[in-house]
Design a protein around this ligand. Structure first.
Ligand SMILES: Cc1cc2nc3c(=O)[nH]c(=O)nc-3n(C[C@H](O)[C@H](O)[C@H](O)COP(=O)(O)OP(=O)(O)OC[C@H]3O[C@@H](n4cnc5c(N)ncnc54)[C@H](O)[C@@H]3O)c2cc1C
Length: 465
């Protein structure tokens, strides 16, 4: 069905999260060569958290952040606002190098990072509409319910106790949120709703207050030991940290490190009280499902629903559609799914649609790295779980730069190495067949299949998901 669009519908323009404040114009750019202790490339959450913790740890450090557009232009200003405790990728893979204990430590660190973000936001006066209402994961249909139970069993194995996640009874679910067709649900307290752009812009202001130079409108054209080169000057620094996640494929020498995966969202108009009476959602929980082509949603501070999913997952050659324009069929598909979840929303319209890119490594697990010999470092590959993970990454990069041997620098994701993605056309074919198979598997499951479709398992195999 064609999605009904509001008269003031906006497509792209970075994201809805900038709609009330206006899309920021890039601020002061670099003007000539300069010298720093640490040069950070990219002013998303990773770069900003890293600059924040470095400067807090040692105020005498000169930290420079170089951003090609404006702070929060990338995924950090566009995401679904899940400040989630979920690990990027499977714990088994982190356990391979550091044992089950290592993977469990990383999981605990993720949980703690949620509260750390909330703590810093409060301390720095960043109002990012944060509500820690937890995460509801619903299963729509028997196959999804089976997967939900399997996921729960897996979480128990990796250290999630009953206080970390539990199945909800039908009444408990009904009391929180009424999703059409939901047959089972879990709830975890380890998730908070945020307004992504407010967090990114607030963090940028906080690091500037600490004395970090954040240069915007300043693209880095090459990164080498001791220097980050831009058209407006070169920053010479002992450490150069690449914090460009989904944009990394555009940096020389890193074309196949991480796949730039698209994700898209739509947001409704503000919904009237009678629609909320039908839906519930008083606790502002985040909402996800167990489909292979999964969705994610939040109730916004101004009472809309922001509803996201995969859309057009990948553009040939790792191209990036920079300003977030979203294809009509993606808007329609997200709208159809939203209305299937919440029939009462059919009376509303789509106010804004946008997209962004996140970084996916070949094994779908994130990593932090610093080479002490060259001073080059990076963090990313959060595969859609970056809102919390970037905070952990920032504190870890701080310790690595300051040569501190801490619990953070001994986490299993530090110095993980994964192989590059295949060259084209294999990369495109692999990702597209994976998502085609996921769609088919979802269709079969919603037609009544009671187990996970074998097509989904084949898809997982193809791309090592
Ligand atoms: C639509 C969408 C929804 C998502 N939803 C969630 C969610 O709900 N929860 C969750 O945990 N994660 C989510 N994610 C993922 C999460 O947002 C990201 O993993 C996280 O924001 C990455 O932060 P970052 O700072 O590493 O990268 P980014 O925020 O992408 O920042 C990278 C920055 O580098 C800049 N840059 C790139 N190249 C250069 C260059 N050559 N020179 C200078 N600057 C450069 C870019 O302009 C950008 O500002 C989502 C992602 C998307 C796209």
């Amino acid at each position: 069905m064609s999605a009904p669009l509001s008269p003031g519908f906006v497509n792209g323009e970075v994201s809805f999260w900038y709609r009330s404040s206006g899309v920021p114009a890039p601020g002061e750019r670099l003007d000539g060569d300069t010298r720093a202790d640490v040069a950070v490339v990219g002013a998303g959450y990773t770069g900003l958290w890293t600059a924040y913790y470095l400067k807090k740890a040692d105020p005498s450090l000169r930290v420079v952040v170089l951003e090609k557009e404006f702070a929060g232009f990338g995924a950090s200003g566009r995401n679904g606002g899940w400040l989630t405790g979920a690990l990027a990728g499977s714990p088994e893979r982190y356990a391979k190098t550091h044992g089950a204990d290592g993977a469990r430590r990383l999981q605990r660190a993720m949980f703690e990072s949620i509260d750390e973000v909330i703590r810093v936001a409060a301390e720095e006066g960043i109002d990012a509409d944060i509500v820690k209402g937890g995460l509801l994961t619903v299963a729509r249909g028997t196959a999804q319910a089976l997967r939900l139970r399997e996921e729960l069993a897996g979480q128990r194995e990796w250290g999630w106790g009953p206080e970390d996640v539990r199945l909800l009874s039908g009444d408990e679910m009904d009391d929180r949120l009424r999703v059409a067709g939901a047959v089972a649900a879990t709830w975890t307290p380890h998730c908070a709703r945020i307004q992504p752009a407010k967090l990114a812009r607030g963090l940028a202001a906080a690091v500037r207050n600490l004395g970090v130079d954040v240069y915007e409108g300043t693209p880095v054209t090459s990164i080498a030991p001791g220097r980050a080169v831009t058209p407006y000057g070169t920053v010479r620094a002992d450490h150069v940290l690449r914090c460009t996640e989904g944009f990394t494929a555009g940096i020389d020498g890193h074309h196949r490190d991480w796949l730039p995966m698209n994700s898209s969202l739509i947001v409704t108009e503000p919904l009237p009280p009678e629609v909320w009476d039908e839906i519930g959602w008083r606790g502002r929980e985040l909402l996800g499902d167990m489909a292979h082509y999964y969705m994610y949603a939040q109730r916004t501070a101004d009472d809309r629903i922001a509803f996201g999913g995969r859309g057009r997952p990948y553009l040939y050659g790792s191209r990036i559609d920079e300003r977030g324009h979203t294809h009509a069929w993606t808007v329609d598909a997200l709208w159809d799914l939203l209305v299937a979840f919440f029939p009462a929303v059919a009376r509303s319209r789509v106010a804004h649609a946008w997209s962004g890119v996140l970084g996916v490594p070949r094994d779908w697990c994130s990593a932090v790295h610093l080479d002490p010999a060259t001073g080059l470092g990076w963090a990313g590959g959060y595969t859609g779980h970056g809102v919390t993970t970037t905070n952990l990454a920032g504190r870890t990069l701080r310790d690595l730069v300051l040569r501190r041997d801490t619990g953070l620098t001994r986490m299993p994701w530090v110095d993980r190495r994964v192989r590059a993605w295949e060259p084209e056309p294999l990369r495109w074919l692999g990702v597209h067949s994976m998502y085609r198979l996921y769609r088919l598997a979802d269709a079969r499951e919603s037609a009544g299949m009671t187990r996970t479709s074998v097509l989904a398992r084949i898809a997982d195999r193809i791309t090592g998901h």
